[in-house]
Design a protein around this ligand. Structure first.
Ligand SMILES: [Ca+2]
Ligand SMILES: [Ca+2]
Length: 147
């Protein structure tokens, strides 16, 4: 019997998981993966609550990170020149952690980096880095002032 017998054999198409009812938008994708390691594309409502608070925490951390950049550099272009230490046009994780140390930022580096690395390929491009500008534009929470 020929092992090649069976003309009907065809490659099995692996179906992508159905889109979760909780949409994992690009900003949340990396975090989403933490909570959905099996990749079934579903998070329960309870998990979503956890996700949401993690997400807020990461946004807060990035806000802090951007604050550090602000205090250290004149503008974000200068910050980028510093972050992309070897001027390769992208910041890898090593460059990121080195830069964090240099500016004295000891926040949660990995989640911040993962957030910035939107396409998840392991480096943050200048274009991906632009997202920090949105943290700039966020209204600063009003300080509790007398009067
Ligand atoms: Ca680089
Ligand atoms: Ca990237």
């Amino acid at each position: 019997m020929s092992p090649l017998r069976g003309s009907g054999a065809r490659a099995r198409v692996t179906r992508l998981p159905r889109r979760s009812k909780v949409a994992a938008d690009s900003g949340n994708r990396n975090i989403f993966r933490y909570l959905d390691p099996s990749g079934e594309g579903q998070v329960s409502e309870m998990e979503w609550g956890v996700l949401d608070s993690i997400f807020k925490e990461i946004r807060f951390s990035i806000g802090e990170f951007v604050g550090f950049l602000d205090r250290t550099f004149d503008n974000l272009d200068d910050a980028w020149d510093f972050l992309d230490d070897d001027s390769s046009g992208a910041m890898d994780y090593q460059e990121f952690t080195d830069a964090c140390k240099s500016i004295g930022f000891f926040g949660p580096g990995r989640p911040i980096f993962s957030y910035l690395d939107k396409d998840d390929e392991g480096t943050v491009s200048l274009q991906e880095f632009q997202v920090v500008r949105t943290f700039h534009d966020e209204p600063v929470p009003p300080e509790k002032e007398e009067q």
